[in-house]
Design a protein around this ligand. Structure first.
Ligand SMILES: [Cu+2]
Length: 369
């Protein structure tokens, strides 16, 4: 999709793009290495079309508008204008990061952070040019950050191969950016796509294995609308509604909500297939995802006191993920999901499952008077 709109950049523009990418990667890594005093604090310019005042060269000015779920820019951890963006990206990054120690050959140790730069991660956290350049949707891309606390890095960057059914695969492209004396970042691209359902394994220096579960390929960030994500949502008196998906369909015949009143919905998938509960056209105010490890067995009071975040990490196996614009819960087989929001408008709506069109539940939002 993005490739179709990609501009051809040639000649003198190349250097600019390359510098821009390094800035993006360094900035990305700074999210997790903020504790290290030498970590870069570079802030990447926003990629929106109206970013004429951007402080760094921005070759993406004509990038088409992004979807609601895409987070369009990276902030360093201490940026405060839209903290939820950085926080959401940091959580996604954490899911995709593996940290290991590698012998440096001289009795020392190199700390290595390996990030599987999946398509949704790159789209959410880096400028459009990074996406076009690395094409994470066409192959496997990894960002390897090496660092040492004492001494110097080995002269050679860590080598990586991808395990495939046909044996180890060498990278199709490697870019090494020596960012600091004690830090070095490599971006490594493999031309092979992930094998569906198969874990992704990187072999470092010929023998150390780093593994990611296959489903991590689909992790995405859903974000509540920016204007409502900064307003707090008090769930002290929220009603808790529980909906299950059973082998016979949704467990409720209809759903009654009150306009203007906070509500918590728990969706419990008791089947062995993925299901969703998606309310069409009902605009939620202050949509939040509740951070509870097992929502279906959590008592109401625990749900009301749970941490409520304006974003979530979606691990939908089908790749259908809530965008944050609508009331949309999803649960993989045997799992559950919990959200909270305030219904803005009164009226009659219906909820359905995008994977199973026959499942429909009427939803009535009663007028507050
Ligand atoms: Cu379904």
């Amino acid at each position: 999709m993005s490739g179709r709109h990609a501009k051809t950049i040639s000649g003198g523009a190349k250097r600019q793009v390359s510098t821009f990418l390094i800035g993006a990667i360094v900035s990305l890594l700074a999210l997790s290495t903020a504790a290290c005093s030498t970590a870069s604090k570079t802030v990447v310019a926003p990629v929106q079309a109206d970013s004429a005042a951007a402080p760094t060269p921005n070759p993406t000015t004509n990038t088409p508008a992004k979807s609601v779920q895409a987070v369009s820019h990276v902030h360093s951890a201490d940026s405060s204008d839209t903290p939820s963006d950085a926080a959401a990206i940091a959580v996604l990054r954490e899911h995709l990061t593996r940290t290991i120690s590698i012998p440096d050959g001289n009795g020392g140790v190199v700390e290595l952070e390996a990030v599987w730069a999946t398509a949704s991660f790159v789209r959410a956290s880096m400028p459009a040019d990074a996406y076009n350049n690395w094409q994470p949707d066409r192959g496997n891309v990894f960002i390897l950050a090496e660092s040492v606390h004492e001494g110097a890095l080995p002269d050679e960057p860590v080598s990586a191969e991808l395990e495939t059914l046909d044996g180890p695969l060498a990278p199709s492209r490697v870019e090494v950016h020596p960012t600091q004396l004690h830090h070095r970042t490599s971006v490594i691209q493999f031309s092979s796509q992930p094998t569906p359902g198969k874990d992704v394994t990187l072999v470092l220096n010929g023998h150390q294995r780093v593994r990611w579960p296959a489903k991590d390929a689909h992790l995405t960030i859903g974000m509540a609308a920016a204007e409502s994500s900064m307003v707090s949502l008090d769930l002290t008196n929220a009603r808790v509604l529980r909906i299950a998906m059973t082998r016979d369909g949704y467990s409720v015949n209809n759903l009654q909500l009150q306009q203007g009143e906070p509500v918590i919905i728990v969706f419990d998938n008791q089947t062995d297939e993925e299901h969703h509960f998606h309310i069409e056209d009902l605009q939620p105010d202050r949509l939040r995802w509740l951070q509870v490890s097992d929502a279906k067995s959590a008592p109401d009071e625990q749900l009301r006191q749970a941490k409520a975040l304006p974003y979530h990490i979606c691990d939908s196996l089908s790749g259908i993920c809530p965008t944050g614009k609508w009331v949309h819960l999803h649960a993989n087989p045997g799992e559950s999901d919990a959200i909270a929001f305030i219904p803005k408008q009164a009226g009659t709506f219906h909820a359905d499952c995008p994977l199973h069109a026959q499942e429909v539940v009427p939803v009535v939002v009663q007028d507050r008077n």
